[in-house]
Design a protein around this ligand. Structure first.
Ligand SMILES: [Zn+2]
Length: 109
């Protein structure tokens, strides 16, 4: 578990930065109707939806990181929040903030 708190902190910082980038208002949002092609408005709308979806995903990731830090603190890190089984090391390596095993993560959403 060495370096894990640092790893989680680094990941959190990364996610927070990504979210900050997402919420910055697009520069060209104001001038859609002035001499631009119809398609431009559509692609901006699609981009917005994508941003909202990405924002939700980052938010979920942040709460997972929160949970992982809690689990580190209370000593339950590495076991599934739902079934109590050990989370496979490979999964923890890929997603150190996992607080559910693979099968519970699938059913939880
Ligand atoms: Zn589980």
């Amino acid at each position: 578990m060495e370096g894990l708190p640092e790893l989680l902190k680094a990941k959190r910082r990364e996610v927070v930065e990504e979210m900050a980038g997402l919420t910055a208002p697009p520069d060209d949002a104001g001038g859609i109707s002035f001499g631009k092609r119809v398609g431009d408005g559509t692609s901006i709308a699609v981009e917005r939806i994508t941003q909202v979806a990405a924002h939700d995903r980052f938010q979920a990731l942040l709460s997972e990181i929160d949970r992982a830090e809690q689990k580190l603190a209370d000593g339950s890190y590495g076991s599934c929040d739902n079934c109590g089984e050990q989370i496979p090391a490979g999964r923890l390596e890929a997603r150190p903030w996992s607080s559910h095993c693979v099968s519970c993560a699938v059913t939880a959403r």
